[in-house]
Design a protein around this ligand. Structure first.
Ligand code: PMP
Length: 381
């Protein structure tokens, strides 16, 4: 074996010994497993109106966008989706990207100038962390949801441009950032606030408009929102939403916007239908909230260390990475898919099962899945 491949094998062996092996498992279209691992929070990925809109656009435009947005990739479907997203989120303008990851890279970088200080929450998603890194700006990581630490970081950098970077509903434990307080602190210091609403869009806020809207910050001139279109909206792609001047800046300078092929028009058209359904989705959100409350009650009642979720994401702490892997595998054998989060995918050293609740799963299946999780916890402990 070539030296470099042998070196990679040794590293894989070290990961295996630490219980950190990751493997891909193909999922069939008719997979019978009860899904508490995906992010299709409202069940819109398979909604007939969504797939019909995508199918119609697929016939009309073909498979791919055929170019980047500034060349040939900007179809009327893209512009219509951006208008709808801006209207929903209550902002001047929205810009669609191929993924939430790329949207975050562009947003963080676009907000930085040479002397900018980025103040980033310790639980932020990898895409925000990478955005901070590629921006080249000095980045201070503050303890999770610690408003006083953010205030202290800003106070220690008087006169410098600064951006507070956070998620709204955090992807690991499902808790909500103190957005009102963070905005207040940011404004006091003349800083901007960047919020990744990936797990809140469609799930919280008025008409599902997300955590920023729920905090009354929609359209604020010092707030920029990002989100993925792949979770509650059931599709793919990302969005940056905020003041028109900032969006124009990204159109003209955002590398992950300019140099990336536009997202496929069929996906964009499907997501547009999903936005319509999500805006009208109060009944789905009520069902989702009821399921989350049921899950917390049942799992907590069984003595499991369950997080206090503000959205559809729930985490249950496992004793360690091996235990988390065994627990998730036992659930899977019993027909329940759960997320298994271990370092380095966790912001601390805690391994967890991550459960994502969806209104799209049959209620009886969901309830049975909760029983399975509790039973499997007892078996593996
Ligand atoms: N931000 C957060 C908080 C996420 O959880 C994710 C998805 N894992 C992303 C951004 C990236 O979005 P996408 O999958 O569309 O690239």
């Amino acid at each position: 074996m070539a030296d470099w491949l042998a070196a990679l094998d040794r590293r894989a062996e070290l990961r295996a010994r630490a219980g950190l092996t990751r493997t891909l498992r193909p999922r069939a279209a008719d997979d019978p497993v009860v899904d508490l691992a995906g992010n299709d929070y409202l069940g819109l990925a398979t909604h007939p109106e969504v797939t019909a809109a995508a199918a119609t656009a697929l016939s009309a435009y073909g498979l791919g966008a055929t170019g980047s947005r500034l060349v040939r990739g900007s179809t009327d479907a893209h512009h219509a989706l951006e208008d709808d997203l801006a209207d929903w989120l209550g902002v001047d303008r929205a810009l669609v990207f191929s993924s939430g990851y790329l949207a975050n890279l562009a947003a963080v970088r676009g907000l930085t100038q040479p002397r900018t200080l980025l103040v980033s929450d310790a639980h932020n998603h990898a895409s925000l962390i990478d955005g901070c890194r590629i921006s080249g700006a000095e980045t201070l990581v503050t303890p999770h949801a610690d408003v006083a630490a953010v205030a202290a970081a800003l106070a220690a950098a008087p006169g410098r441009p600064a951006v507070v970077v956070t998620e709204s509903v955090f992807s690991v434990d499902g808790d909500l950032a103190p957005l009102t307080e963070l905005h207040e602190v940011a404004r006091r210091h003349g800083a901007l606030l960047l919020v990744d609403d990936a797990h809140a869009l469609g799930v919280t806020g008025p008409a599902g408009a997300g955590g920023v809207a729920a905090a009354g910050l929609a359209g604020a001139p010092d707030v920029v929102v990002t989100a993925t279109l792949s979770k509650a909206l059931g599709g793919a792609g990302g969005v940056v939403a905020g003041p028109a001047e900032f969006v124009r800046h990204l159109v003209e300078t955002g590398r992950t916007f300019i140099f990336d092929t536009a997202p496929p028009p069929a996906v964009v058209a499907g997501v547009r239908a999903a936005v319509r359904l999500a805006r009208d989705g109060d009944a789905l959100r009520a069902e989702l909230a009821d399921r989350v409350a049921t899950a917390v009650r049942r799992l907590g009642g069984a003595g499991l260390p369950v997080s206090a979720p503000d959205g559809a994401v729930i985490s249950v702490t496992a004793p360690g990475p091996e235990a988390a892997t065994a627990w998730a595998a036992a659930c899977r054998e019993r027909g329940v898919a759960v997320g298994c989060f271990r370092p380095p995918s966790t912001p601390d050293s805690r391994s967890r099962l991550r459960l994502t609740v969806s209104a799209g799963v049959r209620r009886a299946d969901f309830e049975r899945a909760l029983d399975v999780i509790v039973e499997c916890a007892r078996e593996v402990s």
